[in-house]
Design a protein around this ligand. Structure first.
Ligand code: NAP
Ligand code: MG
Length: 500
């Protein structure tokens, strides 16, 4: 189903949607062994959407066994690269044929604007799967520089059973960043979606099976972090966990690994990303547009959210006025209305957390320029206005902690050294933007900022061809996207042959 982005078409599609609510293990839909379920709700209405199978230790174990059996059988892991490519391209085609439905699932469950889901998240999800698929039969192994008496082969082999534990902010896309390269390199996977957003992941596994992915290669175990997530982290037969989520939970996975089988751990975690605007920024109107996207896109529920606007004193007031003016044009409301750029916060406790940060900003003496309130309470949904604080000090709580909501802190600076020091004065290091007309400044500052991605004169995470991940407490062990993502799902093997 593809989707026309008009209210009547969207409403008709919602009325016709069917939720897949069971776990997907060994090629089939199954209930949790306990038969337990949990409720998933629509954060734009506060109303329940569906009951989802609540997987726990025995279900994870069953999924890991299925994944191991498939892996050892070679049905996927030893397929020819061209055959793996064919299946994953078919998978991408089926995702594309069902783009509208998948976009709606993410909108309904995560409160994200349908325009974003249908024109960004899902197209990027599909492109991600297709890109990794196309790479499969274009990668070569290595031969070491030996003398004639030896042959040294350096091979990349799939690691085996990969656990993927993902967050709710880009449900389909974050899953694709893991499953694309993990499947491309021949692994079997056990995916645990966030408890708040299981629906698109379950549907993706069904479509992968329809595309010809053998049973047991792609399993989905919906459930809670502390139970199903932890069971993946501690399972002795999981070879690697690829995690995206908070730094706090990321740390648990290192502990789970240390206390179990030393499984490989890849972490993509949070951020407190700076946007540094120099006095010679090329076009303050353009900067304001980027700054609003950086701060408010996806309601600020974005790991690379540019939540700290570090601006040269001489242009600060002018820029803040422009940013506020653009932010006012981003309408907040029903995520199913294609006219709205901003939807709901993911759940009530998260709404309350974001409002508490806004209170902290006021209490610490930051100057509220825009927003600051919960709105549309009568809908039952969890909406917050885009909020801007000026005169923020980088020591304030709102400048230090990841809010994961639409709250922008404006921090002034005078010199380049001061700007770099402010940008780096954080435990995080995921992303950064800088704005200047001067090539020298751009190079110097891009090199000086300790972050995995630095964008110049724009807010961007690059595209599928560029690695994405964090310095410092924003990440551990690898990178999502690009060909470097393949490396993290493979083990390096040396085969050393005596020839004479
Ligand atoms: P989260 O609370 O850390 O959860 C992430 C995943 O871990 C969920 O599937 C969660 O399950 C699971 N989990 C929670 N507690 C667990 C535990 N004790 N043991 C094992 N697994 C556990 O993160 P979130 O709230 O879903 O997402 C927001 C965070 O993700 C932000 O910090 C954001 O910056 C980060 N993020 C990073 C990137 C990146 O590429 N660097 C991209 C997107 C988001 P439940 O859902 O059941 O809690
Ligand atoms: Mg959570």
């Amino acid at each position: 189903m593809n989707l026309r982005l008009e209210t009547d078409a969207i409403q008709a599609a919602v009325a016709g949607i069917r939720f897949r609510t069971l776990a997907f293990i060994d090629g089939a839909f199954v209930e949790a062994q306990s038969a337990k379920t949990f409720t998933t709700e629509n954060p734009a209405t506060g109303k329940p959407l569906a009951q989802i199978a609540e997987c726990d230790v025995p279900d994870v174990d069953r999924a890991v066994q299925a994944a191991r059996k498939a892996f050892e059988s070679g049905v996927w892991s030893r397929q020819t690269p061209a055959d793996r490519k064919r299946v994953l391209l078919k998978f991408a085609d089926l995702l594309e044929a069902n783009l509208g439905e998948l976009a709606l699932l993410d909108t309904l469950e995560a409160g994200k604007p349908i325009g974003d889901c249908a024109t960004m998240d899902l197209p990027d999800t599909i492109h991600c799967i297709r890109w990794h698929a196309e790479a499969i039969d274009k990668l070569y192994h290595h031969v070491s520089p030996t003398g004639p008496e030896n042959l040294g082969l350096i091979l990349r082999e799939p690691v085996g059973v990969v656990g993927c534990v993902v967050p709710w902010n880009f449900p389909a896309q974050m899953a694709a960043w893991k499953i694309g390269p993990a499947l491309a390199t021949g692994n079997s996977i056990v995916l645990k979606p966030a408890e708040l957003t299981s629906l698109s992941a379950i549907r993706m596994a069904e479509l992968a099976a329809e595309a010809g992915l053998p049973a047991g290669v792609f399993n989905v175990v919906p459930g809670f972090g502390e139970t199903a997530g932890q069971a993946i982290g501690r399972h002795p037969d999981v070879d690697l966990v690829a995690f995206t989520g908070s730094t706090e939970v990321g740390r648990y996975f290192l502990k789970y690994s240390a206390e179990s089988n030393l499984k490989r751990i890849l972490l993509e975690c949070g951020g407190k990303s700076p946007q540094v605007v120099f006095a010679d920024a090329p076009d303050l109107d353009a900067v304001a547009g980027h700054a609003v996207s950086a701060a408010f896109w996806n309601m600020g529920e974005n790991c690379s959210c540019g939540s700290r606007l570090i601006v040269h004193k001489s242009v600060k007031d002018e820029l803040v006025a422009k940013v506020a003016a653009v932010a006012k044009t981003w309408k907040t409301g029903d995520p199913l209305d294609p006219g709205n750029r901003l939807g709901a916060m993911i759940e009530k406790p998260h709404l309350e957390k974001v409002l508490a940060y806004i209170d902290a900003g006021r209490a610490e003496g930051a100057r509220l320029v825009l927003g600051g309130n919960r709105i549309l309470e009568e809908t039952g949904g969890y909406f917050v206005e885009p909020t801007i604080f000026d005169d923020v000090s980088n020591r304030m709580k709102i400048a230090r902690e990841e809010i994961f909501g639409p709250v922008l802190s404006v921090i002034p600076f005078s010199t380049e050294d001061e700007a770099v020091a402010l940008a780096n004065d954080t435990n995080y290091g995921l992303a950064a933007s800088l704005y200047t007309r001067d090539l020298g400044t751009a190079h110097r500052v891009a090199r000086a900022i300790r972050a995995g991605t630095v964008s110049v004169n724009c807010f961007s995470e690059g595209d599928i061809t560029t690695p994405f991940g964090g310095f410092k407490e924003s990440g551990f062990g690898g990178r999502d996207k690009s060909i470097w993502a393949h490396e993290q799902y493979t083990e390096l093997k040396t085969i050393w042959m005596q020839l004479s």
